[in-house]
Write a protein that binds this ligand. Structure first.
Ligand SMILES: [Zn+2]
Length: 302
């Protein structure tokens, strides 16, 4: 959030400076008083205006470049970590604890990015103006950098789902490799430094979740499993989602890791049904923020 703020700051500053440069050139033009014939002075004003315009343009361009560089440097130094409330760092979350009238749900997609299905999921989300959360696999980020960039460019939250998607037991060195390398490649590809983690298969006991917890990642599980990886058929898949749907819930689906045509086919119906029930869609950081605010309100009332 801080980085976004400073980005908008830079934009504001840029506009102010452009204004300043503009009024300076105007002042310059007004200083040139016509002292010979009108035609001559008109000509010299035109010349000055043209050269002032060119000068201003050059200055704006160099200013823009300078600000962009400093903004990129800042981003590279800090990364765009999601502004999670501190109480969630190192915690495991299945769903947000919200009052039942807060009908929000977080759609999450695992194991991508993946050719075809990730772009299809992104298109459906875009059409419906929904932001979701994508738990990506490091080696897929490496193989499909453009799809990874698209996920972030379209406003979705990106999160860590290890490098290899292994299920077996991992010692701390291997777990560190799996998690840190994935965080690194997400950062190098998108500029986002994620602090959200989901263990492959939801396995909390093979060393990888323990590493994530110690490293203060928020471990994001789910409250509603589509079981889409078993390709149960579109109708069944939709039913699976709604069997456990609840306000503040987190829905598990997959955009990668295999044939996801059923997930892609079911997604518009899932969205439509949630909307019919009065739900709106949020990302995982937004969901956590809502719980944090609600708990603070409750605490204030006590
Ligand atoms: Zn997975």
């Amino acid at each position: 959030m801080e980085n976004h703020k400073s980005f908008f700051w830079s934009q504001g500053l840029l506009i102010a400076l452009v204004g300043l440069v503009g009024s300076f050139s105007l002042g310059l033009m007004m200083l040139v008083k016509p002292n010979t014939s009108e035609a001559q002075s008109q000509q010299s004003i035109n010349e000055i205006t043209t050269s002032a315009k060119a000068g201003t343009q050059a200055r704006i361009e160099s200013l823009k470049a300078m600000m962009l560089t400093s903004w990129q440097q800042q981003a590279q130094a800090k990364g765009f970590a999601y502004a999670l409330p501190a109480s969630f760092l190192g915690a495991t979350i299945d769903a947000a604890k919200l009052s039942p009238e807060k009908k929000v749900i977080a759609l999450t997609f695992d194991d991508g990015p993946w050719p075809e299905s990730t772009a299809q999921v992104l298109n459906i989300l875009k059409k419906n103006d929904i932001k979701a959360t994508f738990f990506v696999v490091g080696q897929n980020v490496k193989n499909y950098p453009d799809l990874t960039k698209q996920v972030v460019a379209e406003g979705h939250t990106i999160a860590n789902h290890t490098w290899h998607h292994w299920y077996h037991h991992m010692n701390p060195q291997v777990a560190a490799y799996e998690i840190e390398n994935t965080t690194d490649i997400i950062f190098k590809t998108t500029g986002v430094k994620t602090n959200l983690f989901r263990p492959p298969g939801g396995n909390m006991h093979n060393g990888v979740a323990a590493y994530a917890r110690n490293s203060k990642y928020a471990i994001i599980m789910w409250s509603s499993d589509s079981i889409d990886y078993s390709r149960p058929g579109v109708q069944r898949l939709v039913k699976n989602v709604f069997r456990q749907a609840q306000p503040g819930g987190i829905v598990l689906m997959h955009d990668g890791g295999g044939n996801r045509s059923q997930t892609v086919e079911a997604l518009p119906t899932i969205i439509e049904n949630f909307r019919k029930e009065g739900y709106s869609f949020v990302t995982v950081p937004e969901l956590l923020e809502m719980q944090d605010k609600e708990q603070k309100v409750l605490a204030n009332k006590k």
